[in-house]
Design a protein around this ligand. Structure first.
Ligand code: SF4
Length: 132
């Protein structure tokens, strides 16, 4: 029986059909280019996801009132193993980010040796000094 996937690597959205012979290999059809093979193999054998979330902000700038920011949007620097996403989210939710922070700042480096960082996707608190 074939498994089916839509390749999301590019806007073509090829409909992939995957058979798994008993030798453990993958037989992929429906892909218009080799990247579809890579996508199917990764999705079926070691799925990964980009992770987006928000992290709590600590200290000045997080105290409420006009213009205050309670949470900072963040994302993973690369796709992360799907089965470990809850652990990464727990680490993100335990952060208390001190302002100021610039877009692209690394908040968690090389999470659990994965090579994936968590980075800020927004610049916040530029009027604040780092030692506040
Ligand atoms: S198989 Fe190739 S052409 Fe088709 S969606 Fe994937 S990347 Fe795009």
């Amino acid at each position: 029986m074939s498994e089916e996937l839509i390749c999301i690597t590019c806007p073509m959205g090829c409909h992939l059909f995957i058979d798994r012979p008993s030798d453990g290999s993958l037989a992929v059809t429906g892909n218009r280019c080799p990247r579809g093979l890579t996508y199917a193999a990764e999705e079926l054998l070691a799925p990964k996801r980009m992770v987006s979330a928000t992290a709590a902000v600590a200290g000045p700038g997080s105290r409420g009132g006009p213009g205050s920011i309670a949470r900072l949007p963040v994302r993973s620097s690369a796709a992360f193993p799907r089965h470990e996403v809850p652990e990464l989210l727990a680490a993100i939710y335990s952060l208390r980010v001190k302002l100021p922070v610039a877009r692209g700042d690394v908040l968690i480096r090389d999470f659990k040796g994965s090579g994936v960082d968590v980075i800020a996707t927004r610049t916040l608190g530029q009027g604040l000094r780092r030692d506040q």
